[in-house]
Ligand binder design. Structure first.
Ligand SMILES: [Zn+2]
Length: 236
């Protein structure tokens, strides 16, 4: 054995070379609040599901702080049920809530030891594509989640494609450097709307935003020659 090849073989010790291969049919959605998974990539994931891909959703919080008038337990059970019902409608394989408090993602991700939990889920599902919030989203929880997820993927040295979605804005000119991907969701847009309407516990805030969901999908569609579309930035 030549010196250099010995060096190479030492470098590739079993521990270091244990590379996890991603599953081309596995798609993961990682978001902050229940309904983000539909608001953002709803039409796209419905499309993938119809193609036979496996969808799995991870939601960081129950979003109970945004509804202070109702009891925490009531909100939590309502959110879990809605998310599971929506997942069934979309043909997903499951939803997991990490149970972090809103506005406290960064500190609680550490104090509640979420890294091993998230890592385990990623290794179990082996997604080839992850859909998540963008790093410059106006919502602080969305930005924090992007940081924590990217940190986790780096720490695990896990390789997969990561696509970022915006909830509020149609275009973000700050991200010209990332390739933009436009998905034709004309066939699944109705399903996206149906899913959004299933988030009963968020009726008030959500239904007032419905017009923006139509407008955004329509503008993106019109610009790209489709009836309705969703757009993502490929951030990795
Ligand atoms: Zn959100």
């Amino acid at each position: 054995m030549r010196k250099s090849s010995l060096k190479n073989s030492l470098k590739k010790s079993p521990k270091n070379s244990r590379k996890v291969e991603s599953d081309p049919d596995s798609i993961m959605i990682v978001c902050a609040h229940s309904d983000d998974q539909i608001f953002g990539p709803g039409g796209t994931i419905a499309k993938y599901s119809k193609e036979g891909k496996k969808l799995f959703t991870i939601i960081f919080s129950y979003g109970h702080i945004s509804a202070p008038l109702l009891k925490k337990e009531v909100i939590i059970s309502a959110r879990v049920k809605e998310a599971k019902d929506v997942d069934k409608l979309m043909g997903g394989t499951g939803v997991v809530f990490l149970g972090l408090d809103e506005n406290k993602f960064i500190e609680q991700f550490r104090s509640k030891k979420m890294y091993p939990k998230l890592k385990k889920l990623i290794l179990e599902k082996r997604p080839s594509r992850i859909f998540t919030h963008s790093h410059d989203d106006p919502h602080p929880d969305h930005r924090a989640l992007n940081n924590l997820l990217m940190e986790t993927l780096d720490r695990m040295r896990y390789k997969c494609d990561v696509y970022a979605f915006d909830i509020w804005t149609v275009f973000n000119t700050k991200r010209r450097n990332y390739p933009k991907i436009v998905i034709d969701i004309s066939d699944t847009f109705k399903l996206k709307i149906k899913a959004l309407r299933m988030f009963e516990s968020q009726k008030l805030s959500l239904f007032s935003l419905m017009w923006s969901v139509y407008l955004k999908a329509w503008i993106l569609g019109k610009k790209n020659g489709f009836k309705y579309a969703e757009a993502f930035y490929k951030i990795r």
